[in-house]
Design a protein around this ligand. Structure first.
Ligand code: AMP
Ligand code: MG
Length: 297
């Protein structure tokens, strides 16, 4: 069911779970300092407790307050990219429960730039732990309708329209000594000179290989005989192939990708064949998501 920002803020303060829009995807949020509320997120998603959650905050002050070390590099990233689609992992204070960080001594923090999220965080007055508002391994929601399809009436949703970025945030860690590492690529790209080293994926907990997968439709990446561009083929249960063109610019592509996966999955197509994405770095995050959407087991 749809709810207002004011009611959602009150529910968050009362220890309830609500879904809300951010510029990346819709989040399933709870008070990050309330372990029981956070456990409800995992139960609703069916998410294993080994995946840490990103904590959404209203201000840089609130982020600093949840960190036991806030190196100059974290401050620089926050001032440059917040509010925005960048999550910064730093050492946490004891008050951040293990339920949020899956027992890690660090916490991922972000100020989102969606006006509804900003207003909700300001009204709630508490940090809000929120993973994407989908069932574990399924495609992240980019509209309030996607959230309703996943959770029905079990979760109140604030409707803020379609998400502008369309895929999950870039995640970096900042060590106490100030070393910055990329844990998950996103549409926000930090200049390579700033990132010390690309950490292997296995170092980022909760980056489950199979993720972002449609329920029924199989995602395949394969080159087909097409005249350039990016296409997706789909084979309907009745045998009618169709063809759909996705944008040639990565940000526009990202804004549509999950909506396309949700839509074609709901229509019951058996397979989608995606043209391989360009090799350049602007497509890194999209290659990551598409590759994981294509993993079956
Ligand atoms: P999601 O909430 O689905 O966007 O996923 C959040 C992701 O951020 C996790 O799966 C991790 O990869 C990463 N993350 C969050 N908190 C931490 C942390 N404390 N240490 C390392 N990675 C983190
Ligand atoms: Mg997710």
């Amino acid at each position: 069911m749809t709810t207002t920002i004011e009611d959602a803020a009150r529910l968050l303060r009362d220890g309830e779970v609500v879904a809300f829009p951010t510029e990346t995807v819709y989040g399933l949020g709870a008070n990050a300092l309330d372990a029981e509320a956070v456990r409800r997120i995992y139960a609703l998603k069916g998410r294993p407790a080994t995946s840490p959650l990103i904590v959404h905050v209203a201000s840089v002050e609130m982020a600093r307050g949840l960190s036991s070390a806030w190196p100059a590099a974290a401050e620089e990233l926050a001032l440059r990219y917040w509010p925005g689609p960048l999550s910064i992992v730093v050492p946490k204070i004891a008050a951040v429960p293990d339920e949020v960080t899956s027992g890690l001594p660090t916490v991922g923090l972000r100020i989102p730039r969606h006006p509804v999220a900003l207003r909700l965080l300001a009204l709630a007055g508490v940090p809000v732990a929120a993973p994407s508002a989908n069932k574990f391994t399924e495609v992240s929601p980019t509209t309030a309708q996607h959230v309703r399809e996943a959770f029905g009436d079990a979760v109140p949703v604030v409707d803020g329209g379609p998400c502008e970025v369309g895929i999950e945030s870039t995640v970096v860690s900042v060590s106490a000594s100030g070393k910055i590492q990329l844990l998950r690529p996103g549409m926000l790209r930090i200049p390579e000179a700033v990132i010390a080293e690309i950490e292997s994926k296995s170092m980022s907990p909760g980056l489950h290989p199979k993720h972002y997968s449609p329920r029924r439709t199989r995602v395949v990446i394969g080159r087909q005989a097409v005249e350039g561009g990016i296409y997706v083929w789909h084979t309907s249960p009745t045998g009618n192939d169709a063809q759909l063109q996705l944008p040639k610019e990565p940000h526009a592509y990202a804004a549509q990708l999950y909506a396309v996966l949700h839509e074609l999955d709901a229509r019951g197509y058996t397979a989608l064949v995606f043209e391989p994405l360009p090799e350049d770095a602007a497509w890194d995050a999209l290659r990551d998501r598409l590759t994981r959407a294509s993993i079956v087991a």
